[in-house]
Ligand binder design. Sequence first.
Ligand code: NHW
Ligand code: EN5
Length: 388
Amino acid sequence: WHMFWETQPVRHYKDGENQEQMEGAIDVPQPISDIKQEPYNLPSNYEWCVCDVTNDRIMKEVYALLSNNYVEDDDNMFRFDYSVQFLRWALQPPGYFPDWHIGVRAKASKKLVAFITGIPARVHVRGKLVFMAEINFLCIHKKLRAKRLAPVMIKEVTRRVHLENIWQATYTAGVVLPVPIATCQYWHRSLNPKKLIDVGFSRLAPRMTMSRTVKLYRLPKETLTPGFRAMEKQDVPAVTQLLQGYLSQFVIAPDFSEAVVEYLLLPIKNVVNSYVIENPKSHIITDFCSFYTLPSTIIDSMNHTQLKAAYLYYNVATVTPLVQLMNDILIMAKLSNYDVFNALDIMHNESFLKNLKFGPGDGHLHYYLYNYSLSAPVKPLELGLILL
Ligand code: NHW
Ligand code: EN5
């Protein structure tokens, strides 16, 4: 069954989904002095390394591993193509730990063959503030799969997280593991329908022509809401306030400081785009929206090699209707040449997805907590956390 996951402090299916569950940590913290001081053993021809993400040579290796071996869709048509710039951004938030960027190399050739990362985060879980690691970018070279290397990597990152006196983690995956706290669906809004159809990302609907499809997804040439502009450094306090107020309603949500908002949400070209609505008269920032850039490699295509995708990130609408704000962000993504705009059915996103011509995708995203049990599963609309 789940040889590895059975041994871990996570919920198990046998726990019984109908029973009353305690809410909180599954295992109590150990004394730091009891934590294993040496790394876990790898098969003898492999060795651990720390991947210094500030080093260009090492980042080229990480990029090569991920761009050829990271997550694909169910039909192996598209593979995530996280850029070096994006990875640097994702992996160095305030307070990050360099030794949570873990690689595995072949001893003889020194080739990088596997990777896993953690970053620290403060996350509210039903009102409680929990210090966590966010685990991401677990990747094993295709030639080394199904050799039980993943459990060793997960145990090693866990050990290094424990050494910082952190005992909980969160992660998302497209696959079902023991046991999701929530299951979400991806939705897609075509921006460049012709290319999406050409590469097999989407299909011409029955009784639709290409020209009618292109027309259906057409968007205005400029944004519609007065005061819509790119977020700037001076907006950090206002945006932090907006986010803290908005996110407090969700069962699971990040606890954003100004430092984290500045780091994660100030625009970086081809990495993250953020916009605010500044009231033209009062100059008050009333609304906020953002997306991140994550292209996919088109695995077997004649004409195209990359799909340019925008993923909805955090948004807060207090004055502008959410659908109007989202329409403007779609316009920005279209103007910046993205092919598709993706969003999850979390937070209040259901309220605009159909209206703005998003369609359901074939991929799901499962959310997980490590060493934390919830008394009840969470609905997608109760999730306020987005992992990259
Ligand atoms: S999800 C993306 C994961 N990466 C990919 O899908 C890339 C393509 N696939 C691969 O590289 C975002 C490999 O297939 C991987 C598995 C490496 C996925 N999470 O080595 P074996 C993340 O990065 C279990 C967790 O033989 P493999 C989140 C599987 O159930 N576990 O498999 C990462 C089995 O255990 P079981 C996963 O195919 C979160 C065991 O691995 C998993 O060669 C990590 C088999 O290992 C997945 N995505 O390599 C957890 N996929 O019990 C963090 C498979 O069933 C936990 N498995 O026998 C928290 C840690 C920190 C705690 C701090 C307090
Ligand atoms: C860790 N942070 O399956 C995350 N993507 O729907 C790792 N489908 O792109 C976990 N199969 O539905 C990530 N087109 C898990 C997701 C893995 C990638 C994945 C799905 C999400 C996806 C596309 C392409 C499917 C190709 C065949 C899809 C339909 C679009 C259509 C547009 C028009 C309106 C209807 C929908």
